[in-house]
Ligand binder design. Structure first.
Ligand code: PLP
Length: 480
């Protein structure tokens, strides 16, 4: 196994304000923070940590302290020590990792998903009827089967963005689309504009493609920092800008219409391709007006600079793993040509199921809106009652609320939540450089009983934070 090396400077940035967030000995605070970074994927498995001596120097702490923290990591199974290689990260045994929740009894708030929409079984039965038509062929449709490409294009057209089937590529979910677009559009060292906070797996994909990220802040209530966005686009001429105008994950913000036109104009002027992630774009709770796709705000020339990504993951069910890219036919051809290096297409049956479901999308989305409103209002009610120090965002749509904890203790709260049986993602996972320690993302997408179980665990974790930490940490303002 080839290990990646994590640089000292990178680790220090990821650690952020690690000292402030825990009581007890410093080595345990350092251990805890590195452990969280490994658990939530900010330090991937098989990464070689910096040498103890270097990290002690950079943090201005004693070597003995770092040695003790590294020993804890090793004993708890978060690193192995390889001869000549130092400490290499790994995920500890079953039931500990964020993805190993099945059967573990843990409540998982790290993935804000919705239960499957009714109608999938009926759609699957109907799809089986059409399946036979495909069995005589190769089954390989790199850009997607014709009827789903048509159906996705028709839905864009109906929503106000005229689209033809050759402008659609079917993917294995939106994440796959983000990865493919990043791989094709970016070269090592290119700049990519991202929101801060942003959807972490998109940032991961952009960085894997070699991008240098240029973060621009989005805040609850105030939304996009337009001045910063303008400066970032003009000064850095990013190759690509990855944005979630509706509904931004994790804040739930929706970009005002006049801002959309300005962003489109700016990006077009600078030759920046906008990659617009509308995975949660139709999960409207109470945004007024109709939800036109972002690219509908652009004129024909500007539109050729916009790539729209979507999926049925949140609207229908994540288990379908079907998403799409909408772009100019030339870009679709490029993406299709690049695809076989990674995969040969999306399963035909799932595509047929989604083609069936798209016909009922308005009905499905109306039901989603009711579910999400119930979840949001419930979460906000519980927070007001049990966590008076917190200031949650009130999302007009989407799958989560972005909560300001009033103190820079998100990592510490996340670790405490783990010991109360709840997996939840710490704020810094959504940003760059160890910021966002005052925030946590709380899903609104689950049924009320599950939300309650998670919130009860969160309340226990909150109460378990050492007295004084909260007061003390008020003095450490976060960057965002
Ligand atoms: C903003 C955003 N983009 C993309 C994805 C990935 O979607 P999919 O499950 O369709 O791959 C998610 C999933 O949570 C998301 O929130």
């Amino acid at each position: 196994m080839l290990e990646a090396q994590l640089g000292t400077r990178s680790l220090v940035a990821l650690l952020g304000d690690w000292r402030n967030s825990a009581s007890g000995p410093s080595y345990l605070a350092l251990f805890d923070r590195i452990r969280l970074l490994i658990l939530d994927g900010r330090i991937p498995a098989d990464t070689r940590l910096p040498a103890e001596r270097e990290i002690a120097g950079a943090l201005e702490v004693s070597r003995t302290m770092v040695t003790a923290a590294y020993r804890e990591l090793r004993e708890a199974g978060y690193t192995s020590v390889l001869r000549g290689s130092g400490s290499v990260t790994r995920l500890p045994g079953r039931g500990m990792g964020p993805t190993e929740t099945a059967g573990s009894g843990l409540i998982d708030f790290t993935r804000a998903t919705l239960p499957a929409a009714p109608g999938i079984m009926a759609a699957t039965e109907a799809a089986l009827g059409a399946y036979g038509r495909y069995l005589g062929g190769t089954g390989l449709h790199f850009a997607g089967i014709p009827e789903l490409r048509e159906a996705v294009a028709a839905r864009f057209t109906a929503r106000g963005l005229p689209t033809s089937a050759d402008q659609i590529l079917i993917t294995n979910g939106a994440q796959h689309a983000i990865f493919l677009v990043s791989r094709v559009l970016l070269a090592r060292g290119d700049r990519a504009l991202v929101e801060q906070p942003s959807y972490p797996h998109a940032s991961d994909a952009l960085m894997l493609a070699g991008a240098r990220l240029v973060p621009v802040s989005v805040t609850v209530g105030a939304g996009w920092d337009m001045a910063a966005l303008e400066t970032a686009i003009r000064r850095t001429s990013p190759t690509l800008g990855y944005l979630m105008p509706d509904f931004h994950n994790p804040t739930g913000e929706s970009m005002p219409e006049e801002l959309r036109e300005r962003v489109i104009g700016l990006a077009h002027g600078q030759g920046t391709v906008l990659v617009i992630d509308e995975t949660a774009g139709e999960l409207n709770i109470d945004r007024p007006g109709n939800l036109r796709p972002f690219a509908a705000y652009a004129d024909a020339a500007q539109r050729s600079n916009i790539i729209t990504i979507g999926s049925v993951g949140k609207s229908v069910w994540d288990g379908l793993r079907v998403g799409w890219v909408r772009a100019d036919a030339g870009i679709i051809q490029k993406l299709t040509a690049a695809r076989p290096a990674g995969d040969f297409g999306t399963p035909v049956l799932e595509q047929l199921v989604v083609a069936e479901l798209l016909a009922d999308m308005d009905e499905i989305l109306a039901a989603r809106s009711v579910q999400l409103r119930t979840g949001r209002d419930h979460v906000l009610g519980v927070i007001a009652e049990r966590f008076p120090e917190w200031t949650p965002g009130v999302p007009a749509g989407g799958i989560a609320t972005w909560v300001n904890l009033g103190a820079a203790v998100s990592s510490q709260l996340t670790l405490a939540a783990r010991s109360h049986g709840l997996l939840v993602t710490a704020g810094p996972r959504f940003g760059q450089g160890g910021t966002l320690e005052r925030f946590i993302r709380v899903p609104i997408s689950f049924p009320v009983a599950e939300l309650d179980r998670g919130l009860a665990a969160l309340a226990l974790a909150w109460q378990s934070l050492p007295n004084g930490t909260l007061l003390q940490s008020q003095f450490f303002a976060d960057v965002v």
